[in-house]
Write a new protein. Structure first.
Length: 439
């Protein structure tokens, strides 16, 4: 598929409008959303009253900064239904996100929200080059996770044939791709990589398969992993972002032109990028924490949601024809940061080093412990098939080279384990790259 600008655009009247028109429409929507919240949200109304803010006070998009942020703790404290803004009889779907500790957070959708979600998914699918008639195989789980059902209805809405396979059962996925003529695979990038590897082991001929597009999301998709999947599966992959608290998938999607950036569905989400420490806005193009305010939610509206995801946003027009803002692919979260002997580091720094080293695959596992009294980082990597050897001298040579390259960036030495291809455990959903065993 060529990265051309002649692919259909889902909502051209909005997605190709001028920045002024986009902001004007966002202001209209934001006013309506604040009014909705004022009239319906028992959670937010007292908070707005407490700061003396009334819906009529929102005169420009900049006035939004007067309103408080919302963090995950608010969703935990009000578990399960305390932030719902419609009568429970009108809620037709629940989803939840497990998080790492404590109770899950629960979100709800009414008929309007489900419809709005479908539109958002249709839009990101079109960005990825998915067209009516495509055969879309779902490898996200159907369950409380928003990935499966969210993308499912968008694919149907677009006029695709959905193959609701779900997560897991990799051999069946391969059989379905071959027998049903699948053209689009929807998965986490780590699970897509696993499907690719299992296929290769079984002699699956990716080059002549019908598969054309990998629509990925739910976890970071480092450029090196994406490039590897694209060349081995002979497909074109796009990265898609979203989170349960504001909807699920459908917040932003990658088009065929600006690789590694994603167009935000700005008619559904107002974005801000703030300094994670101070909460103050950063300048356009600077990295900070993404803050999202859904513009058209009814059952579960949230104001200024702190995503903890780090990115930067540009409003420069894109070669695909869209003028909606583009966010850089999310590589890390504010809470991903590890402190090792007083030094901060993000797993994405390791990914960046690995991307420069041809001999290792982009799949990795970081384990941190302090059994010896000092923080210790053990990094497990797989050598690529082509360089794998039984000659320990060769392996030692790679080990030293990789430790040195990592030290240059991280400023500390890691314990490096080089293992056979396929040794690091694969998952069918979101990969867990970091295990912190410190107490
Ligand atoms: O992962 C929603 C989703 C499903 C998006 C399928 C795309 C495709 P949660 O389970 O609530 O929702 O997790 C949200 O996952 O705050 C990010 O940290 C991370 N995340 C999601 N998509 C991406 C991505 C779904 N494309 C959290 N790149 C978010 C990097 C992502 N991180």
């Amino acid at each position: 598929m060529s990265a051309s600008s002649d692919m259909p655009i889902f909502n051209p009247a909005f997605e190709t409008a001028s920045r002024e028109q986009i902001r004007a429409r966002q202001l209209e929507l934001l006013k309506e959303q604040i009014q909705w919240i004022w009239d319906h949200s028992a959670y937010y109304r007292p908070k707005l009253e407490a700061i003396g803010f009334e819906p009529g006070d929102l005169k420009s998009l900049d006035d939004l900064v007067r309103l408080p942020f919302t963090d995950k703790s608010a969703l935990r404290d009000t578990y399960p239904y305390g932030m719902f803004a419609v009568p429970m009889e009108q809620v037709i779907r629940l989803h939840a996100s497990s998080g790492t500790t404590g109770k899950p957070i629960v979100v709800g959708y009414n008929q309007h929200d489900i419809e709005e979600w479908r539109l958002c998914i249709e839009s990101v699918m079109q960005m990825a080059g998915v067209v009516p008639g495509d055969r879309v195989q779902m490898a996200f789980g159907y369950g409380m996770f928003t990935g499966g059902f969210g993308l499912h209805y968008g694919a149907e809405g677009l006029g695709c044939m959905i193959i609701p396979a779900g997560a897991g059962n990799t051999e069946r996925h391969l059989m379905q791709i071959a027998d049903y003529g699948t053209t689009v695979l929807v998965a986490t990038p780590s699970y897509a990589m696993h499907i690719c590897e299992v296929g290769e082991q079984q002699g699956f001929d990716w080059a002549s398969s019908t598969l054309r597009v990998g629509l990925f999301g739910g976890e970071p998709c480092p450029p090196a992993l994406k490039a590897e999947i694209e060349s081995r599966m002979h497909i074109f992959c796009t990265d898609n972002y979203g989170l349960t608290e504001v909807m699920g998938p459908g917040v932003s999607g990658e088009c065929l032109v600006s690789r590694n950036q994603q167009h935000i569905n700005e008619d559904h989400f107002f974005w801000e990028v703030v300094d994670p420490q101070t909460g103050e806005p950063v300048g356009e193009g600077e990295i900070g924490e993404l803050v999202l305010t859904p513009l058209q939610k009814q059952a579960f509206p949230v104001l200024r949601y702190r995503t903890h995801d780090l990115t930067r946003v540009t409003t420069e027009p894109c070669g695909c024809g869209r003028s909606t803002a583009r966010m850089d692919k999310i590589r890390s979260r504010t809470d991903d940061m590890l402190i090792i002997r007083g030094t901060n580091f993000f797993p994405s720094q390791v990914e960046d080093v690995l991307a420069q080293i041809e001999e290792v695959s982009p799949i990795y596992r970081i384990e941190v412990d302090n059994e010896t009294g000092l923080d210790r980082v053990t990094l497990t990597l797989e050598l690529e098939n082509e360089v794998f050897t039984d000659d320990w001298r060769e392996i030692e040579k790679y080990r030293k080279m990789i430790i040195r390259r990592l030290h240059d960036v991280l400023q500390f030495n890691v314990v490096l384990k080089l293992v056979n291809p396929g040794q690091i455990e694969r998952t069918t959903g979101k990969a867990k790259h970091v295990l912190d065993h410190r107490r």
